[in-house]
Design a protein around this ligand. Structure first.
Ligand code: ACM
Ligand code: ZN
Length: 750
């Protein structure tokens, strides 16, 4: 028998409830407990003589990441759990198939690829339980394999920079959960992060910016942090990271953005823009008009850069960006226009397609494949290109129908820079709402794709853009546990229900994340609130059903404060007879010990009927029937859920009042977010009617802030609001010349 080497000094593990499932994430294809007693041990030993050094190092490293949990003195001589690795020559290597069993004496691992050996080991570490003194493994048999070959996580290191050690940690944790593709977003408007020897200014100038936006993009007025910010990776560091990832079965796909998102490169080499004007590396987020010119020298410049990139990254796919490239400059550029004529192109979209083809041909000649964001479909897809579908599923469906490979990453489910909980309870984020459950329900294969084209879907990926993620703790907060939900969709052929997934998190995985000191978010377990109207007001419901209201407080007095006497997850609030008051309400989910709160204005208008003459914009009309009278004020950072947005000029709607109540005033709440095309309207007119036919104007008031209070006199059955916005967005604001949005929320009746 071959010698066994200790892989671990002391035992490891955690104290767990016994789960019906394995508790392993991603869920293995087949797992069954076998007959026999649980085996108690203090060290893991393995036959590692035939394994590559890099692999042995990873096994050791993974053991150590759990070590602080097991820092206890063994009470007796070490007892070993013996692991034997067997390489299997079967033909399932491409989906990283492995099998593993424990008969009470040996753990036998049969693996097909280097990565699958690591996957088996990650599974084994997750199967080990702990009785407080020793680690325990129950006999089992298990078979497992990957569902999709592209299981990706992305990291933007341009908007904020992360060190080599942080990038390695990102890769290590993803590898532990069986991700195999790291999309390294290395260049963007706000920073160029990879050393290119032929063009040193890319990092010397392009790697640093002199200011960075404070707060959210949509917050006005804008303020700036003027501390110099930046950093880059040397080629030696890149090689080190590539090697580190390879040892973990992770391929790094580098992204070099073109023709858009190139302000950092153009700050260093302005001759590659259309105007030639020098501009600084920007510290503002968004999409910029200045992009790479399509001139011949620029194509050569980019190919030179890619030549060095190819030397560093052995991956088959090279990401060239391709997204969000306005054609403003190209329309006015002599070189670009002459290309359009010379190559007989119809417009600037076809010019972008031509641009990408030059890069595609270059990469193909070097034996690589081009992948780009779905905008590369516009103007015609280059012959060998693969598409990363981010603006929804359509780009992916279209590319697959043209028989091109696709990686799905629709913003709706795969953007981890979006909020994962109620925005008012979360650190500032880009926007959107992608909670854990939504990620869990993602299917990489779009429902609308034809059966024969499914084979072009390589898999999917979650993206982490870092405009609002200043440090690595925040990276982990945004990624975990959502990355555990995502890998269920990418790896598991037998995905359990979301409910079971939550028990796995509660009973096992959160402790594993803690053991590795990962700053995961608990937002998924915070109760959420929904509102419905009833005949006298509104009903507030906390979800899930097991959530319980625990506190209701009033600014001056605690109305209710008890864990015992309010064993409900539903509360009714009647329209108030007098004035308005502000309540702070808390609910908790005992399973995860998590609390969330909502601020509710109890006023005389709660739950009134609102009929819209002007329909709200369909993107900003969640809960349209109730939003204006649900007691919840829209807040900042704003999102489309608490506000009603209008974009059709004049806004008109009718509120039917409560006969039992006398009204003295109504306060209209509006949003001023000019960075997002949302402007305060000019004025508000009010009309009353007793029959809904004849209307009498009772007030007209200029809007001077986000809240406008209007006095009411006399009795009326109905009240019509007529809100006049600006004709168009004024010069100097984003969207100048277009119709502004009007965003409304609570009508506070007193
Ligand atoms: C992207 O999010 N602009 C690809
Ligand atoms: Zn040009």
């Amino acid at each position: 028998m071959k010698p066994f080497f200790p892989l671990l000094i002391c035992a490891l593990g955690l104290h767990f409830f016994s789960l019906p499932q394995s508790g392993v994430i991603p869920t293995p294809e087949f797992y069954q407990k076998s007959d026999g007693q649980p085996y108690q041990f203090t060290v893991i030993t393995a036959d590692i003589t035939s394994l590559p050094t890099e692999t042995i190092e990873v096994l050791h490293f993974w053991n150590q990441t759990f070590k602080h949990l097991s820092e206890r003195t063994p009470v007796s001589a070490p007892i070993a759990l013996k692991v034997r690795f067997h390489h299997s020559e079967n033909n399932h290597q491409e989906n990283d198939h492995y099998e593993m069993s424990f008969d009470g004496k040996f753990v036998d691992v049969s693996y097909t690829s280097d990565a699958s050996l690591l996957y088996a080991y990650s599974t084994l570490l997750q199967l080990i339980e702990d009785n407080g003194e020793e680690s325990v493994l129950h006999p089992f048999t298990l078979k497992d394999r990957a569902k999709f070959p592209w299981r990706g996580l992305h990291l933007d290191v341009c908007r904020h920079f992360f060190t080599v050690d942080e990038v390695k940690r990102y890769i290590d944790i993803m590898a532990f959960y069986k991700y195999n593709t790291f999309h390294w977003h290395l260049t963007d408007d706000q920073g160029w992060r990879i050393e290119i020897k032929k063009y040193p200014l890319l990092t010397e100038i392009g790697g640093f910016r002199d200011s960075t936006l404070n707060d959210h993009y949509s917050t006005v007025p804008r303020t700036w942090n003027t501390q110099r910010y930046g950093g880059f990776y040397t080629q030696e560091q890149v090689k080190e990271v590539v090697k580190y990832a390879a040892a973990r079965g992770v391929t790094i796909v580098p992204e070099i953005e073109m023709p858009g998102h190139s302000r950092a490169a153009l700050a260093a080499y302005p001759e590659h823009s259309c105007t030639g004007l020098r501009q600084p590396v920007t510290g503002l987020w968004g999409v910029f008009d200045d992009i790479f010119c399509s001139g011949e020298e620029t194509i050569t410049f980019l190919q030179d850069i890619l030549s060095e990139v190819l030397e560093l990254f052995p991956s088959q796919y090279i990401h060239i960006g391709g997204d969000e490239a306005p054609k403003t400059r190209w329309k006015q550029c002599e070189k670009c226009q002459s290309n359009i004529r010379k190559y007989n192109l119809r417009d600037e979209h076809e010019l972008q397609s031509w641009f990408i083809q030059q890069i595609d041909r270059f990469l193909t000649e070097k034996g690589r494949k081009l992948i780009g964001w779905d905008e590369i479909l516009e103007g015609g897809l280059s012959p060998n290109a693969a598409v990363m579908s981010w603006r929804g599923e359509e780009g992916g469906i279209e590319a697959a129908s043209q028989q091109h490979e696709v990686v799905m990453t629709p913003g709706s489910h795969c953007y981890f820079d979006h909020y994962q909980g109620e925005p008012s309870n979360e650190p500032i984020a880009f926007g959107g709402y992608t909670p854990l459950e939504k990620v869990y329900e993602f299917n990489p294969v779009p429902a609308a794709i034809s059966e024969e084209n499914r084979k072009y879907i390589l898999g999917a990926q979650a993206n982490l853009w870092t405009e609002y993620i200043p440090d690595f703790k925040q990276v982990e907060y945004m990624v975990y546990p959502r990355a555990l939900a995502m890998i269920q969709n990418l790896w598991s052929t037998e995905k359990p229900s979301y409910h079971s997934f939550l028990s796995i998190l509660k009973d096992k995985q959160l402790a594993l994340l803690s053991a590795r000191n990962i700053n995961y978010s608990i937002s998924f377990a915070k109760p959420t609130f929904s509102l419905e109207k009833n005949t006298t007001g509104i009903t507030l419901t906390a979800s899930p059903e097991k959530a319980r209201f625990t506190h209701i407080t009033h600014p001056e007095r605690t109305i209710f404060h008890s864990e015992d006497s309010l064993q409900v997850n539903q509360l009714h609030f009647s329209r108030k007879k007098n004035g308005a008051d502000r309540l702070h309400i808390e609910a908790s989910d005992a399973d995860f010990n998590s609390i969330s709160s909502v601020d509710l204005i109890r006023h005389k208008g709660l739950g009134l009927d609102v009929d819209f003459i002007t329909p709200p914009h369909k993107r900003y009309s969640t809960n349209k029937e109730l939003t204006l009278v649900d007691g919840i004020s829209g807040h900042r950072p704003w999102n489309g859920k608490q506000w009603l947005g209008f974009n059709e000029g004049m806004v008109e709607f009718i509120v039917t009042l409560d006969k039992q109540i006398t009204y003295r005033s109504v306060t209209v709440s509006m949003l001023d977010a000019s960075g997002s095309w949302i402007h305060l309207p000019l004025h508000i007119e009010l009309y009353t009617s007793s029959n809904g036919k004849k209307w009498k104007k009772i007030a007209e008031q200029r809007v001077s802030g986000e809240q406008t209070k209007i006095r009411l006199k006399g009795k009326a059955k109905q009240l019509k609001f007529r809100i006049t916005p600006l004709e168009s967005i004024p010069d100097g604001f984003p969207g100048a010349g277009y119709k502004p949005f009007t965003f409304l929320d609570e009508l506070i009746f007193e």
